[in-house]
Design a protein around this ligand. Structure first.
Ligand code: SF4
Length: 364
């Protein structure tokens, strides 16, 4: 059943839709890539990443044939790196098990790594014209305001209620266009802060506008404050002044990215003791810890960290080894400072690298 505002929404979208790169030459692969990149990320941030990505990997076959390291390097700075790992893995599955053909139904799409209910609905409707609903932050905002719905959107029951509504309101035709119109309306008009209600094409249907409650919706119970952790890292210099870097295990936070080795400070532990312990446990090495080089604050979705980076001098591997061991890391490498840019690092380590470059320039 079409929603009561369908006509106004379609005519607004057809006259105002943004000229986005993934809407030119759309293909299932490009729709999928754009939808994955757009998860938790602003359109303006995604555009240059998307354009670079399709230049390097124009087809799903090209992506499947690449190395994960290269994909992560291209993704560097976009965040939520599990998206890149899953995209790479799913491309391999589509190429090897489906002769390069993307699945077209929600049920089949959901079987691919990294594709959840929202992304499956978006690909099925936009790339294949299937009758599939989408529910992202933009759509939730539009729906809760249209209905002046005051339920807590962090609750699973509210999410289910909204999914039911999304299914119920799905028009019989042009579902891909309808889904894009709804999301774009949420992004550009029904904005989280200062919604443009006076210019809104579906204002006549909006209960929140009528009640003046739009700025308080959607409603979500207060989140608990994010925990904070202190983390140490070593700028470990060895022969020729090269730096020892380590690759994080694939599963988990920043999986597959490189880092200056170190780890989380335990309760009551001194920073330097933490660093030496982590290096013993993860790489089986001993270092002489020098002065503190940089302190970086960084926020992840569910916690915050303060990273303390120390200058260190490599003292050698712990017996019986004669070189570092990948005990708690995926890999390790000695690299010249100028070569660090060939590896993908998380945000906090990139701040440390920028500081290294700044000090090097000051010395010239
Ligand atoms: Fe959103 Fe305002 Fe339009 Fe209602 S009238 S849908 S609150 S922009």
């Amino acid at each position: 059943m079409s929603p009561p505002f369908a006509q106004e929404l379609f005519s607004w979208y057809r006259g105002n839709r943004a000229n986005l790169p993934w809407r030119r030459q759309p293909s299932p692969y490009r729709v999928w890539l754009s939808e994955v990149m757009l998860q938790q990320t602003q359109v303006e941030t995604v555009i240059p990443y998307y354009e670079r990505f399709v230049r390097v990997y124009p087809t799903i076959e090209a992506l499947a044939a690449s190395s994960l390291d290269d994909v992560l390097k291209l993704w560097e700075g976009l965040g939520y790196y599990s998206r890149a790992r899953n995209l790479h893995r799913a491309a391999g599955i589509v190429v090897n098990e489906r002769a390069g053909n993307m699945p077209s139904t929600v049920e089949e799409l959901l079987k691919l790594p990294g594709i959840g209910r929202y992304t499956a609905g978006a690909i099925a409707s936009i790339a294949f014209g299937r009758a599939a609903a989408v529910l992202d932050g933009n759509v939730i905002r539009v729906f809760t305001r249209l209905l002046d719905m005051r339920d807590d959107i962090s609750q699973a029951a509210t999410q289910e209620k909204l999914w039911r509504l999304a299914d119920e309101w799905l028009p019989a035709q042009d579902t891909g266009e309808y889904n894009q119109a709804l999301m774009e309306l949420g992004q550009r008009v029904c904005r989280a802060k200062r919604p443009l209600c006076r210019a809104c094409p579906i204002q006549a249907h909006c209960r929140a506008w009528a009640a003046g409650t739009q700025n308080n919706l959607p409603w979500r119970a207060k989140r608990r404050p994010r925990p904070h952790y202190d983390v140490t890292a070593g700028l470990i210099r060895g022969a020729d002044d090269r730096l020892l870097i380590a690759q994080r295990p694939l599963d988990g936070l920043l999986g597959g990215l490189w880092e200056f080795p170190g780890g989380k400070v335990e309760k009551g532990e001194r920073l330097i003791d933490c660093l030496k312990r982590e290096l013993r446990e993860e790489l089986a090495i001993d270092v002489a810890v020098g002065e503190r080089f940089a302190v970086v604050d960084h926020a992840f979705t569910h916690f915050k960290i303060t990273l303390y980076a120390f200058n260190c001098r490599y003292q050698g591997a712990l017996p019986p080894y004669d070189e570092p061991q990948a005990l708690g890391v995926r890999d390790w490498a000695w690299v010249a400072e100028a070569q660090l840019s060939n590896y993908s690092f998380g945000k906090a380590d990139r701040v440390v690298i920028a500081e290294l470059a700044r000090r090097r320039t000051m010395l010239l």
